[in-house]
Design a protein around this ligand. Structure first.
Ligand SMILES: Cc1ncc(COP(=O)(O)O)c(C=O)c1O
Length: 384
């Protein structure tokens, strides 16, 4: 920016608040990246074909401001089927990826100075978006067993506006069970001004046959729950930029207003192709789950051989969040791993309790994953 011209205070707030790492260390040639949260398989060919057909059909003009009615209807039906919550198309806000779903929700709900409860370690974008809105973040560390600290949340909840959960969890792969979610529902009942934003970006990727429980199934507090979703992870559509918010219309309408004020309408042919993505069969989704689970098991088996590494079993998503017994901090560990030919993210990026950990994504092919884990283990053995 030229001398004398200052960026808005929001820019300073985000820069100050952000835990996101600018660099992951200097990677050697041939390094394997386990740093990105991106499925290795490409977008299903049928979805690509649907986009091409839509483009050839002239579907290149503005879409309706509030999203294509057919897609809102199809998402409402999909959500109803997955969660059991009867969802109508006007409770679906289509967004520019999961990121814009979260951003629009933050801006629609938060005033400057509002208090946001963020259980950590968690996805780092939430704190940046809270800073964008001028809200104050209260980080809530987990209990010793990694579960949600409901008592700590209860102590903070009376004057809080928003609680942000990431379920299944990035970076830990933890999945909240019915008991934890019921505890959250109690908290919402006790605090009628508190809203839950549940980011369920990885909701179709859960392991060991455990059914995923969406926050949308919390029947006693329907007016206080928003769920964010995305096509990025379930359908390997990270570059297409399509997500959504599900909420009662009293919350969905303000979110939609903010989203269209920032973005205008969404890409017409991407919305057409998303209809095909939603037709992905349960068998195909199950196959994908099994393939991630096999790689999760490989990570558990390999890292389990090293006494200096401890790892909680990921139950969903495609991340592992090992703790490494070394005097090095997370940033220094990530830099060491980069030198050893593996890119990972420092655990401190996800909250203070992530210090001492790194996050690795196992959404990569088995051969590269095995090679990367060998390099990682060799580097761990050399750590002070
Ligand atoms: C938990 C979580 N939520 C949301 C997103 C953003 O998804 P999208 O790529 O659709 O913006 C990510 C991406 O990594 C994520 O991990």
């Amino acid at each position: 920016m030229s001398a004398g011209v200052r960026a808005a205070v929001a820019v300073e707030r985000i820069t100050r608040a952000s835990r996101r790492s600018a660099t992951l260390g200097a990677a050697v040639e041939g390094a394997v990246s386990l740093a990105m949260g991106e499925p290795d398989g490409g977008t299903p060919p049928a979805v690509v074909d649907a986009a091409i057909a839509a483009l050839k059909d002239g579907r290149t003009r503005y879409a309706p401001m509030t999203g294509a009615p057919a897609l809102r209807g199809a998402i409402a039906a999909d959500v109803t089927g997955r969660t059991g919550r009867q969802t109508t198309p006007d409770e679906v806000v289509l967004t520019h990826g999961g990121s814009a779903a979260l951003g629009a929700a933050f801006l629609a709900l938060l005033n400057p100075g509002d208090k946001v409860l963020i259980p950590e370690p968690t996805y780092s974008l939430y704190a940046d978006q809270a800073a964008l809105a001028g809200a104050e973040v209260v980080w809530v560390p987990p209990r010793r067993d990694g579960s949600l600290d409901l008592e700590a949340l209860r102590r903070e909840a009376a004057d809080a506006r928003l609680l942000v959960l990431c379920n299944p969890g990035n970076p830990t792969g933890a999945v909240y069970g019915p008991a934890e979610l019921l505890g959250v529902a109690e908290l919402l009942l006790e605090n009628p001004n508190l809203v839950l934003l549940s980011d369920e970006a990885y909701g179709t990727i859960v392991f060991d046959g455990v059914p995923f429980v969406s926050a949308l199934s919390l029947e006693r507090v329907p007016g206080q729950v928003l769920v964010c979703g995305t096509f990025s992870k379930s359908y390997a559509m990270t570059g297409w930029r399509l997500g959504y918010v599900i909420a009662p219309t009293a919350l969905a309408d303000p979110v939609s207003l903010i989203h269209r004020t920032l973005n205008g309408p969404l890409n017409t042919f991407v919305q057409d192709a998303a209809l095909t993505a939603l037709e992905t069969s349960e068998e195909d989704l199950e196959q994908l789950r099994e393939s991630y689970q096999a790689r999760r098991d490989l990570v558990l088996a390999k890292l389990g051989t090293e006494p200096r590494v401890s790892l909680r079993r990921p139950q969903g998503a495609f991340y592992a969040f090992p703790r490494i017994d070394t005097t090095l901090g997370s940033d220094a560990m990530a830099a060491r791993f980069a030198e050893a030919g593996v890119l990972v993210r420092p655990g401190s990026e996800f909250g203070a309790s992530g210090e001492g950990h790194v996050r690795l994504s196992f959404a990569t092919d088995t051969e590269s994953l095995e090679a990367a884990l060998e390099r990682l283990l060799a580097a761990v053995r050399d750590m002070p």
